[in-house]
Design a protein around this ligand. Structure first.
Ligand code: GAL
Length: 351
């Protein structure tokens, strides 16, 4: 009898110990996605791999952005495919609104955040907020400075090196038969349709596209530089105004992204100009619409801004953070390469 009691006691203690260990498990190891999974039917099928799990908050600067729409869809698909519960919110291009969204995610106890800041200048506030809540965070698309990121070691940026895309745009012009000097006057006269100038992508593409020409010893003349905020309609209006003002003087239309280039193309066609004959047009992103125009000869070229690669990279870095990784200052930017897209290789990028 005594022996039975002792055995029982030991069994109870073992159970208590086991459940205590279980209680130490971080909450995020239980995949919320599994709550909807059918109950185990007791069949002898092999048990499924446990899903990665966890609640992930994704903040996008605004949904109404062509490139970021492709990007956020890729991000959501990858995360959900891995069993995460994902909530994606639209910042409506309003930093105050995005700050609230970040705070709400923190209150809800998300396991990690992926943030596409509305304004790069708000990076300090964003980083201080996620740091004080201890939330592992991946910043995407709008790169803060290395110094800003150094404030928090559970923070990493995944994106591209914007200077590279600018250089490639310049090379697309250098690769044309007359290196952009259509009228043969010894200089390349261009207009620059810029994205949101607060954004480093806009700054560096503007600078490096032209630098590629001047580095190659080509004289350039900037006829106009106007901000188009990454927006197709603005690209169209700006280009129409510039064509009305400068006419045949314009040899090259540099657009910081494809959506503005598609808008510019509408203006170019309305002005009866012909791309690759009497004017050149380049963008960045490799949106489907732009790939079609490159193939049709209506855009000189574009540069692949690899949404899928960046989304995959962002998730990979997020998982490293969830696994306990920290990042040393100066090593908090992870870059995905841009790729030049011309009529010769455009087929490789079309679905
Ligand atoms: C750029 C992209 C633009 C726009 C912008 C938003 O990388 O080329 O089309 O999406 O990001 O920050």
């Amino acid at each position: 009898m005594k022996k039975t009691f002792a055995l029982l006691l030991a069994a109870v203690m073992m159970l208590a110990l086991l459940s205590a260990c279980g209680g130490d498990k971080p909450a995020d190891t239980t995949p919320p996605a599994d709550t909807s999974a059918p109950a185990d039917t007791g069949s002898d099928a092999a048990p499924e791999e446990p899903a990665a799990g966890g609640n992930i908050g994704v903040c996008i600067y605004k949904f109404d952005d062509a490139f970021m729409t492709t990007y956020r869809n890729a991000l959501q698909e990858i995360l959900e495919g891995k069993g995460y519960q994902v909530t994606v919110v639209d910042g409506n291009n309003d930093q105050a609104k995005q700050n609230e969204q970040i705070n709400t995610f923190i209150t809800q106890g998300v396991d990690a955040l992926i943030i596409n800041p509305v304004m790069t200048s708000a990076a300090d506030t964003i980083i201080a907020t996620v740091k004080s809540a201890g939330i592992p965070t991946v910043l995407i698309n709008r790169e803060p400075t290395a110094d800003q990121m150094a404030a928090y070691d559970k923070l990493v940026y995944v994106g591209c090196n914007a200077a590279q895309s600018g250089t490639m745009q310049g090379e697309l012009i250098l690769d044309t038969p007359n290196k952009g000097d259509i009228n043969g006057d010894g200089k390349v006269s261009y207009i620059m349709i810029q994205g949101d100038p607060e954004n480093i992508d806009a700054q560096l593409r503007t600078e490096y596209s032209v630098k590629a020409l001047t580095d190659a010893g080509i004289e350039v003349e900037q006829l106009n530089l106007t901000r188009g905020d990454w927006d197709r309609e603005k690209g169209q209006t700006i280009c129409a105004n510039d064509l009305a003002q400068f006419g045949d003087k314009i040899e090259v239309v540099f657009c910081n992204n494809d959506d503005m280039a598609i808008g510019a193309l509408q203006a170019i066609q309305a002005a009866n100009r012909t791309v690759n004959e009497d004017i050149y047009l380049v963008g960045v992103d490799a949106l489907d619409a732009a790939l079609n125009e490159v193939q049709a000869g209506n855009m000189t070229g574009t540069v692949l801004n690899d949404a899928n690669g960046q989304a995959a990279g962002a998730v990979a870095e997020m998982e490293k953070l969830l696994g306990g990784a920290t990042y040393a200052s100066g090593e908090q930017s992870v870059y995905v390469d841009y790729v030049k897209v011309t009529p010769d290789n455009v087929g490789d990028f079309m679905k």
